[in-house]
Design a binder for this molecule. Sequence first.
Ligand code: ATP
Ligand code: MG
Length: 339
Amino acid sequence: MTAADIRAWCAMNGCNYQTVTNKLTEYKVGRGKWNLEVTKETVEELETTYNGPAALPAVEQNLIPDKDDTFVQFGNFTDIKKIIKSGLFYPTFVTGLSGNGKTFSIEQACAQLGRELIRVNITVETDEDDLIGGFRLVNGETVWHNGPVIEALQRGAVLLLDEIDLASNKILCLQSVLEGKGVFLKKIGKFVAPTDGFQVFATANTKGKGSEDGRFIGTNVLNEAFLERFPVTFEQEYPTTAIEQRILNKICKDEEFCKRLADWADIIRKTFYDGGIEEIISTRRLVHIVKAYSIFNDKAKAIQVCVNRFDDETKQAFLELYDKVDADFVMPVDETPTL
Ligand SMILES: Nc1ncnc2c1ncn2[C@@H]1O[C@H](COP(=O)(O)OP(=O)(O)OP(=O)(O)O)[C@@H](O)[C@H]1O
Ligand SMILES: [Mg+2]
């Protein structure tokens, strides 16, 4: 490159010739001559930067989830497992009310099949940089950092976009990935194709159309073209009483208590669907109750501390319903002093 080339470049970019040439002293090969050729070493350096995520080298991490022996199969689990096992790329949407095992089933399906899982919790702030990747400052240098989507594409892992309905339109950067076509990393000029086994699951409390009753604050209406890229949707229901009892029994040995809790949740859910109550008891909450029971060894207290999060009216309705399923239950006395 000659002085004339540099002057022309400076004129185009509004830079000072002296400043630019001062920065290029390292590449000066003669009077008015610079060698700015992209050498093999430079390319290798860029490749290393691209391949080296800022944290632990990816290959050394084991992303297969651990099997959890408290897990009980039910509902869509077998189908979810079949999809993963098929090896076909088949984006799957799982929708259902909170705490009924959507995330847990996908995690356990991967654990049982020995497949790697990368779970990304989506929020309204999630953007291309979080998903695809971006430049990070490491030891004073800017290096490219693969996002979880690229990591999953390259490893042929299962990608779980958890709580997708909280996302903004920024997730549209995943359109090509959802078509099974990989993605072009425009910032570093590199195309990443999906490796065999790559799979996408998305979970949500809604169907991506928002939440009219306001129960799921923060959920957004998702772009129709985005939703169209999911060929199948599973509607996850709460487990049956028999299954729910088995789930609770894995944690709590008091069979009688587990049965009553499962019956209680069933009545609450029926009342909820009939419009008689505004809140619901999830499987997750039942698990919280049996865990509280193992701590306090007091059933009434375990139920009470776990339903305290609801408003007074709902709380009272829940306790009264429990009283109906358990004859031995003594309704907790309200300790708030009356004036
Ligand atoms: N099949 C199951 N076997 C055992 N426990 C379960 C099962 N399903 C749900 N649970 C219990 O319920 C909890 C909540 O499950 P999970 O996190 O999968 O719910 P979710 O449907 O993803 O809820 P959210 O919509 O709030 O994310 C689990 O941590 C576990 O304690
Ligand atoms: Mg979940």
